[in-house]
Structures are given as C-alpha cells and as structure tokens.
Write a protein that binds this ligand. Structure first.
Ligand code: APR
Length: 258
C-alpha cells in the first residue's frame, strides 16, 4: 500500500473515531508480531510448527508428555516481549477518552503493559501471567513455574495439594471464562465503532464479537495484513502493519481533537 493510500485510509479511521462515542478495539495475535511474538496462521506461524491437536484441554489433562509440550510452547509465547507501537497507539486512544475497551484473543497482556487499565481489557483466551492449580485453584506467577521447567524437568505441581498446574490461558476445547465472555459480548453490542486489528477472525466464539457489533448497528474497521471473512462488511479496510497504521491513526485523532 502506498504512503498516500495509507494516509487517506487512516484519516477515514480517525474521522470515525472522532465521531464515535463507544469504541471497542478487538485484537488478535497479529498485533503482537511486531513485539516478536509469532502469530498462529501466517506463513511460519505457530500452527506450522506445532500441531494444534496437541494443544487441547483434554490432552493437557490426560497426558503428561502433552502437558510438557504445552508448557514449553506457552513459555516461548510468554517471552519478555514489550508492547509495540500498535499497543501504544491503542493506549493513546484510551488516554484521549476514545476507547471503551480492548477485547483481545491474546494471552501476552501487552495491552495492559502499554497502559490500558486491566478493567478495560477483556482477555477472552486468558493470559500467561498466571498458572492455576486444577485441584485447589491456587494461583502461581507463570514465570515462577516456567523457571523450574529447565531441561526436561517434570512440570512442578501445586505446593499445597500436588494438583496439576495449568497456565491460565484457554486451550482448545476448554470453555472461555464466562464472565469475561459475557462482558465482551455486552460491550460489542453496545459499541458504535468496532476496530479489528491483527486477527483472521476464524476462531469462535471470539470471532462472533464483530458480528454482534455490526448487528447492533456499529461501524466496522479492519486493520489486517491478510483476508478475513468480514472484510466486505468493513467500512474501512487497511492492509498494513498494525504498528504503522495505528500510529498514523492516533496522530490524526490528536490533530483533529486539537
Ligand atoms: N499487522 C497487521 N496484521 C498482522 C500483522 C501485523 N504486524 N502480523 C500478522 N498480521 C495478521 C495476519 O495476516 C493474520 O491475518 O494477523 C492475523 C493473525 O491471525 P491468527 O494467526 O489466526 O491469530 P488470531 O486471529 O489471533 O487467532 C485466534 O486462534 O490458535 C488460536 O487461541 C489462538 O487466540 C488464537 C486464536
């Protein structure tokens, strides 16, 4: 996309943001690739290197070797990554009073690290900041558990009850946190502008959120490097890197607000 084309599209997004009152930003793994965390379905993404069938809740519960594999993948995902310009631009919208909330599929908590308050980030797929005991529900800092996972060490179990420790991320086949899902659905239905950034919109129920927003009369914006099933319903569609596009969008919103 040429610079002028991107500038015009970002100007249209900024206009929509200025006119809107309840703005929801919905993010997927694509917003964190510029922080060095691979996404799942781009060429070279995680599902080209790992088999998603190994990452089901059932396998985690029933197979110690599968648990090792899942802990190791999440340890890679939970790199000491830093928020990138896209995360900072979204936090900038919040500071301008132009963000109701972020609904994210990501487990890296980079939106909070960039400055969006925790109560304005709905992590549909949990996060990798904590591990939880499936027996007594005691929580442990994720870093402390993976620190013990050097070499081929067995994954530590719960100090209190010796139950299985599981990362607080949602695995395939595992129900999403109901309260978080309910609040995300409600905010998607109430918003007047829904901005999708860095997602293929192919995993449900997360991918229903933009549908709820459209059905409730909201306008849709998509910033994504590849096609999504909802591209045709987007009022503005930007095929550009999230960091570049959202930085320009924030600059234009700041200019327009004066
Ligand atoms: N800027 C914009 N878009 C990007 C960028 C970038 N820098 N990098 C990647 N993308 C786009 C890719 O083109 C792709 O369309 O982001 C999208 C990422 O899609 P997925 O890898 O499918 O990630 P996501 O949509 O978040 O996956 C949803 O699937 O495996 C499960 O639980 C996992 O939460 C994840 C869910």
């Amino acid at each position: 996309m040429n610079k002028q084309g991107l500038d015009d599209l970002c100007d249209r997004i900024a206009e929509l943001i200025i006119k809107s009152k309840r703005i929801v930003v919905f993010t997927g793994a694509g917003i964190s690739t510029e922080s060095g965390i691979p996404d799942f379905r781009s060429p070279g993404g995680i599902w080209e290197r790992f088999d998603p069938d190994d990452f089901t809740y059932q396998k985690f519960l029933g197979d110690a070797a599968a648990r090792q594999k899942q802990w190791r993948l999440l340890r890679q995902l939970n790199l000491t990554a830093e928020p990138n310009p896209a995360h900072h631009a979204i936090a900038g919208l919040y500071r301008l009073g132009k963000l109701d909330c972020v609904i994210t599929q990501n487990v890296d908590s980079l939106h909070q690290a960039a400055g969006v308050p925790d109560d304005r980030v709905f992590e549909l797929h949990g996060n990798t900041q904590w591990a939880v005991c499936l027996g007594c529900h005691r929580r442990y800092p994720f870093g402390r558990v993976v620190a013990e996972l050097d070499g081929d060490e067995e994954i530590p179990d719960c100090e209190a009850c010796h139950g299985i420790l599981k990362p607080d991320a949602v695995f395939f086949g595992e129900p999403l946190p109901q309260d978080v899902l309910n609040r995300a659905v409600s905010r998607s239905c109430d918003c007047d502008l829904f901005i999708v950034i860095g997602s293929t919109l192919t995993v449900y129920p997360a991918a229903y959120m933009p549908v709820y927003a459209l059905d409730s009369g909201a306008r849709l914006v998509i910033v994504n490097l590849s096609d999504t099933p909802m591209d045709k319903q987007a009022e503005v569609l930007v095929r550009a890197k999230a960091g570049e596009a959202m930085t320009v969008v924030l600059q234009k919103v700041e200019e327009k607000i004066g």
